[in-house]
Write a protein that binds this ligand. Structure first.
Ligand code: SAH
Ligand code: SF4
Length: 363
């Protein structure tokens, strides 16, 4: 069969694996067509609205050893912290008072009772101070069904758990092969979260060592097949004190990783028109205007960092994380201007659950 041109592919209702690969590999000229199409789909289906999720990086204490991550258990150079409950509530108060519709609590993975109960307390307190008005996303890794259920009942309604890569073999090149890092467990967690009633988010890293374009095409298909509600994905960025750092020389240059990430966002927006897609911090790390560029090609979620500044330099998942010295209020002004520049509007005081999720609820 003759290969279709990018223009022809963009006219299709659904993409084959070959189409996805062609779009991911497309040249600069075709890229413009792809981005124009995804921008158009965004404005038709989700509008020019951007939803805020105020992010608190609760703790860098982690029981896992993912080969790519700077706060992995075996990195003994990291100074470990846990933000106090009062500080988290203060951040929630700030988010609420400034019209952020939602917040995200993210941290290293722990499953002990003390941690599970702390999260419940926090959820209760955040719900309390906001009169149940602040939406809450959790990104706290793999947990038991019971724990997910407890957190859901305490008021969390979205959960972000990246599959990291949907390819099982690649997964085990990025994680130790043991019970704590089991690909099937991670998949099962995504199913549990759906069953319990969360808006379910997942995502992958882009430009990983050993990763092929074909893997990324399969990742996009994975999001589609899992009927996912939200996606947070961004470039892989190396960190010196991790096992994957030794493969640094094999990586594609950072500007290419960034472009590939933009293409992933754009293609996904065309495939899944009504989901929420985040303009991630990792994209901003590789390009100062990375988040704005992601918004322009299809993303509709931004996560301003509300972690108290004194902890930020200890939550270094990867090198050169931006904004580690900026107070929330500085971020606010800077972001508003940046978002206005790309023609989007911040939707203040709205949860902004994905339309995709809402539609499924109505079925
Ligand atoms: N512990 C939880 C949440 C915190 S980690 C979890 O793992 O799910 C949040 C995300 O950071 C991970 O899902 C991973 O995709 C991303 N991340 C970690 N190290 C990274 C790196 N070196 N480059 C880019 N993203 C990274
Ligand atoms: Fe821990 Fe998440 Fe980092 Fe893995 S990616 S080491 S689970 S914080």
């Amino acid at each position: 069969m003759m290969n279709l041109s990018v223009e022809e592919i963009l006219k299709k209702e659904t993409f084959t694996r070959e189409d996805l690969i062609c779009l991911l590999k497309c040249n600069e000229q075709d890229r413009k067509k792809l981005f124009a199409r995804s921008a158009e789909i965004k404005s038709i289906h989700v509008g020019k609205k951007v939803y805020y999720r105020g992010l608190v990086e609760l703790s860098n204490i982690c029981s896992k050893n993912c080969y790519y991550c700077g706060i992995r258990l075996d990195n003994k150079k990291v100074h470990r912290y846990f933000v106090t409950e009062d500080e988290v509530v203060e951040a929630a108060q700030y988010a609420f008072e400034n019209g952020y519709g939602s917040m995200v609590l993210q941290s290293g993975e722990r499953t002990d009772k003390q941690f599970v109960d702390t999260i419940i307390n926090l959820l209760n307190r955040i719900k309390d101070i906001s009169g149940d008005k602040l939406g809450i996303t959790l990104s706290l890794g793999e947990q038991s069904e019971e724990t997910y259920r407890k957190w859901f009942e305490a008021g969390a309604h979205r959960y972000l758990l990246r599959i990291e890569t949907s390819n099982r073999e690649l997964y085990y090149k990025l994680h130790p092969q043991n019970a704590k890092h089991d690909y099937d467990e991670r998949l099962e967690c995504l199913r549990l979260l759906r069953k319990i009633g969360f808006n379910v988010g997942t995502g992958v890293m882009i430009g990983l060592p050993f990763q092929q374009i074909e893997h990324l095409a399969d990742d996009l298909q994975f999001f589609y097949d899992m009927d996912i509600d939200m996606v947070g994905m961004g470039p892989y960025i190396e960190h010196e004190d991790t096992p994957l750092f030794q493969f640094k020389e094999q990586l594609m240059p950072k500007d290419e990783r960034f472009i590939l990430s933009l293409k992933m966002v754009a293609i996904l927006r065309i495939m899944m028109k009504d989901i929420n897609i985040a303009a991630t911090t990792a994209m901003q790390t590789l390009d100062k205007q990375g988040r704005e560029k992601a918004l322009m090609v299809g993303a509709n979620i931004i996560m301003p960092n509300l972690t108290p500044v004194k902890y930020r330099e200890d939550y270094l998942l990867y090198e050169d994380k931006p904004c580690i010295n900026e107070e929330a209020s500085e971020c606010k002004n800077c972001l508003e201007a940046r978002i206005a520049m790309v023609g989007d509007k911040i939707a203040y005081n709205e949860w902004g659950d994905s339309l995709h999720f809402k539609k499924r609820q109505q079925q």
